[in-house]
Design a protein around this ligand. Structure first.
Ligand code: ZN
Length: 61
């Protein structure tokens, strides 16, 4: 099973590129990619799909 994020839109702003994506579970997420470089900012990260490997997940699947 592959979890894919869907890119909804991209906006170039004075601060950088704002990318709206929809998580595989339907949650909205916003990423700001600074034009000046540096680490991207993420708003609304999905706690369910982006927690990495979770060995203790009895209800997975
Ligand atoms: Zn998700």
């Amino acid at each position: 099973m592959t979890q894919r994020n869907t890119t909804l839109s991209r906006h170039v702003t004075s601060e950088g590129i704002v990318v709206w994506t929809r998580c595989a579970c339907g949650r909205l997420r916003m990423d700001l990619l600074p034009t000046a470089g540096g680490a991207p900012l993420t708003a609304g990260p999905c706690p369910r799909c982006h927690t990495g490997p979770d060995p203790l997940s009895p209800d997975r699947g």
